[in-house]
Design a protein around this ligand. Sequence first.
Ligand SMILES: Cc1ncc(C[n+]2csc(CCOP(=O)(O)OP(=O)(O)O)c2C)c(N)n1
Ligand SMILES: [Mg+2]
Length: 603
Amino acid sequence: MKYAEYLLSNLAKQEKYTHCYFVAGGNTMHLLDSARKLFRCIPVINEVAAGIAAEYFNETNPNGQKAFALVTAGPGLTNIVTAIAGAYLESRELLVIGGQVKTQDLKPANLRQRGMQEIDGVKLVESVTVNSTRLDSPIEFAQVQQLLNSANRPGPVFLEIPLDIQGSEVEFTPSVTLERAISTFPKERRSEFIEEILTGLKKSSRPIFLLGGGLSRSVAGINSAKLAKTGIPVMTTWNGMDRYGSNQPNNWGRPNTWGQRSSNILIQQADMIIALGTRLGLQQTGFAWQAFAPLARIYQVDIDQHELEKGHPILSGSLADDAGVVLKELMSQYEPTSCDFSEWREFGKTVFDHFPLNDRNNQTSPGFISPYVFIESLSRTLSNDSVFIPCSSGGAFTVSMQTFKVKEGQKVVTNKGLASMGYGLSGAIGAAESTGLLTALVEGDGGFAQNIQELGTVVQGKLNLKMFVFSNSGYASIRMTQKNYFNGAYLGCDIETGLGLPDLRMIAAAYNLPYTSIVNSDEIDQNLEEICKRVGPELIEVRIDPDQTYYPKITSRILENGTMESNPLHLMTPDLSTEEISKFLPYLSDRLWESSGTPKEKQ
Ligand SMILES: Cc1ncc(C[n+]2csc(CCOP(=O)(O)OP(=O)(O)O)c2C)c(N)n1
Ligand SMILES: [Mg+2]
């Protein structure tokens, strides 16, 4: 049997791969010829879309089926590097199989190039993969499985296969399935940690669970009734946003540097935080991380020991373990009657009742749609049998994350770690294919333009994908930065300053896609109802005011030495009134402006 066929048929049989996203090339010809017979092979226009689509396919598939990306040597690989980096930062499974020139044409280490299109792919992606290897000779599938599954956390794996190895005849006996390593985290340490949490909860009056994307959707789903019963407020990170339904009375939203004001005010006043499956990165804690939850004992569970040792925020306890296993055990041992957090919940309610998700100070000029109102309406319209793909950068991303109310069972996927433009459309392509469900994409006109070529892939796939593009003539986020920090020295941020963005109506026509423009605020609900009822791909332009304000937000300042300083999470702009401070920040009253260890005057 040809090695390409041996390898790919085992991927299909033993690792549940069903889909292959690819761009063809000479250096992958044997692989593609074998893939053709084994998988649903979906050609994309640019390899970066193959990687992003495969990542989102894997994230959303209900049956554990998987997609991989197949790219040719040289430009095929350089094009997909962004997607590999994104999957690496978010610890998401992504197998990339790359072609390479035949072994006899491979260059020696110091030579620039010998084979046609040759670059050293393994070296190129080493820093953004959990495993990357060139197969200089055929290896048995058990060894491939080792490469796929040996890392302590999920992430991209790159296999580079020279052309002659792909085509070589092999006589491996049918491979036995490799037993997956079962979690090796020590049970005793886990029991001690859980004991510590349970004891801590008895002493706590203001605890919070913070669930992250490291917690699997299935474990979160199974435990959601128990979490509700605890009466302990539950917050989620952006990546963990669909792990707990917004309908649950103890769902306290999403704290974040670009998060919800109520959630930020509340997490900052907690006295105990149990963070499960979140790395507690800077965007989560605030860049002024020294002032993150200054009154709280923080307990963190993350599968990656390095995240626990990075030094911020300061932890009272940590455990390198699978967050799902810890949640399950914690829920089985916790007795809801042992603690009463009703006062804390009541306080939370007063905070949520006071601050709307769409800040009262936001302004939208007549003739435009408020992005906040739009996302509120979209989350009402989408059923729990749908997928929501916000893009990963710009106003459409932050507004989605601040405003969207997720229904139980609904899937939401983004890639926050890389925060790259151009992710939304390609990701939505993977999610729509993987789930077969109505998929709603919300992306800015700038981000959309970066991978707009994949509209062809949407049309070919007849995906039930509604593409809502927030159209504001360019990069409003960059415009805002240039206005706030550089006195309005605008460059390359909108059409007037040199950006070449297309007319979306004409783009839709070029792809023979139905096109709608939403311009009337009073008709958003009705427009969305009708759009979501129809089956098939559509492009919908949502007119957003280029001068739309995006409040609340954390303000940062450029200091004299050129570095930036940011407010802690509870001090978002616009400032709170004196009455609001005394009513909603009572626990922090004497350390309000503390952001880097030493109390500061209000700026
Ligand atoms: C690949 C990439 N290049 C540059 C950036 C920096 N960047 C962040 S937001 C943004 C503008 C995004 O424009 P759009 O999607 O239209 O959103 P808007 O800012 O208008 O809300 C840019 C250029 C980025 N995030 N990703
Ligand atoms: Mg824009």
